[in-house]
Design a protein around this ligand. Structure first.
Ligand code: FAD
Ligand code: SF4
Length: 454
């Protein structure tokens, strides 16, 4: 038994940091067979307990071993409506792979890479899902076409519900389309997953902002049930001196211009801040994506993060890729003010930090080192320190219960306090992960179906 997982080919770092093509190139069939044969097909598979949507991991891997990729695809699709997305962006190292028994003495099975292989193979070979569903005469409205809303829509459509998804942007996908860059998640894959929903009869209404174009009350009159999956797209800032200067922007705005509005294409008409020295503040996936985009747009890029490498919340693979691509990491540093001249950014002042006692999150608290100020030159500063739930629906639906910090209240079945209205994903939890949003969409779909057919 090989203790080491089958490597995945990828573009060379000094080539890929100048283009937006996908970094990781995926397994060949030989690679996939090789890796699948490492799986022990455990009777009591721990990996499945780490998957928020309960993919039958040993079963789909067993089908790969048989070279029956179509069956593997059907097994995955049975519980996961977005496998080509999850195979690329899920933090498997914290989920299924973290539980795999092979991880005790070596490297866990590369479950994510195998999932990606199966989804890509299915797409290339035109495998389709079976949709022979009978209408149950019920209508559901889904607000937001992110992973939570899309999963909920797919699960309801499978049961014969007439589903309409309302999306504020001109394209579906949520963060998958506007946040995560092309080089990590090609947009044609997201579009293929959405086409599959359309082929199941799911309808999409774009450029429709619920709470503005149509109210939740109006939806209630027309639909039997509603799912609120409006995400957490409201950027946070540090409230430090200089944040009003030209050249400071939120990661959300920067990434939306690059990904959704394709500002990286040569003939793009989308205005984008371009600089020689870009500082990104934050240490999550959003910070890594912003930094790697900025590098590809031609800048020298620094990430400023107040804790150490060990506490970086971004996926390990993304951090590794960012380092390889030449992003500088200024760790244990925190910005104190943004410096400017004539209204525009010229630099950022930071202080050095050290780690103290653990805080309520269990992570060691960063503490300022006195008199440790230093400056980094910058013409652009991108704030990637987190986002909050979008407030519009909450504000325009006064009887909808919300948490103090802005999340929509939902119980374990994703039911809000208003009968027939459900909610899930980042709108409820605050910024989290694709698979958790999908899990919430699934739980809600089950409860919505029960509600409509009781
Ligand atoms: P979203 O994806 O935010 O979708 C919400 C949708 O609702 C949006 O399309 C929005 O336009 C729409 N909407 C909002 N308000 C309204 C309204 N009033 N009316 C109509 N439509 C509305 N997670 C991972 O697991 N792995 C990663 O590698 C990863 N990388 C990330 C990188 C970036 C840059 C970002 C921003 C996030 C990343 N995440 C990652 C987190 C993950 O993408 C989110 O947790 C997930 O997308 C949440 O899904 P959602 O459906 O709840 O919300
Ligand atoms: Fe295979 Fe690991 Fe899951 Fe066991 S725990 S079934 S070895 S992937």
């Amino acid at each position: 038994m090989n203790k080491v997982r089958t490597p995945m080919p990828e573009q060379k770092a000094d080539e890929r940091n100048k283009n937006f093509k996908e970094v990781a190139l995926g397994y060949s069939i030989e690679d996939a067979l090789n890796e699948a044969h490492r799986c022990l097909e455990c009777k009591n598979p721990k990996c499945v307990t780490g998957c928020p949507v309960d993919v039958s991991i040993p079963k789909f891997i067993a089908a790969i071993k048989e070279n029956d990729i179509e069956s593997a695809y059907k097994i995955i699709k049975g519980t996961n409506s977005l496998p080509s997305v999850c195979g690329r962006v899920c933090p498997q190292e914290q989920q299924c792979e973290s539980k795999c028994v092979l991880g005790i003495k070596g490297e866990p099975v590369a479950i994510g890479r195998l999932e990606r292989f199966v989804a890509d193979y299915a797409r290339e070979n035109g495998y389709s899902d079976d949709h022979d569903v009978k209408s149950i005469g019920k209508k559901a409205a889904i607000v937001g076409a992110g992973p939570a809303g899309l999963t909920c829509a797919g699960d309801l459509a499978k049961e014969g519900v007439d589903v309409t998804v309302f999306e504020a942007f001109h394209k579906p996908g949520g963060v998958l389309m506007y946040g995560i860059p092309e080089f990590r998640l090609p947009k044609d894959l997201v579009e293929t997953e959405i086409e599959s929903l359309k082929s199941m009869g799911v309808k999409f209404e774009y450029d429709t902002v619920i709470g503005k174009t149509i109210s939740v009350d109006e939806l209630r009159r027309e639909y039997d049930t509603i799912f609120l999956g409006s995400g957490a797209g409201l950027p946070r800032f540090m409230n430090i001196e200089g944040e009003e200067l030209i050249g400071v922007c939120s990661a959300n705005e920067y990434l939306t211009r690059i990904n959704l509005m394709k500002a990286y294409e040569e003939d793009s008409k989308t205005p984008i801040l371009k600089g020689e020295n870009i500082v990104v503040v934050g240490g999550g996936n959003v910070a890594m994506d912003s930094a790697r985009c900025a590098k590809r747009m031609g800048a020298d890029v620094h990430i400023v993060y107040r804790r150490s490498m060990e506490e970086l919340p971004a996926r390990k693979e993304e951090v590794h890729h960012a380092i390889e691509e030449g992003i500088h990491f200024d760790l244990l540093c925190n910005p104190t003010r943004i410096l400017g001249n004539d209204g525009a950014v010229t630099g950022i002042e930071c202080v050095k930090m050290e780690l103290g006692e653990p805080d309520s999150s269990g992570r060691r608290r960063p503490v300022v080192i006195e008199n440790s100020q230093f400056e980094l030159p910058a013409d652009i500063v991108i704030m990637a320190i987190g986002t909050s739930p979008n407030p519009l629906i909450r504000k325009t639906t006064p009887d909808l219960k919300a948490e103090k910090w802005g999340g929509i209240y939902a119980d374990d079945n994703m039911a809000t306090n208003i009968e027939g209205i459900y909610a899930g994903g980042d709108a409820v939890t605050g910024a989290a992960t694709v698979i958790l949003a999908m899990g919430a969409g699934k739980t809600a779909a089950k409860a919505m179906l029960k509600y409509m057919t009781k």
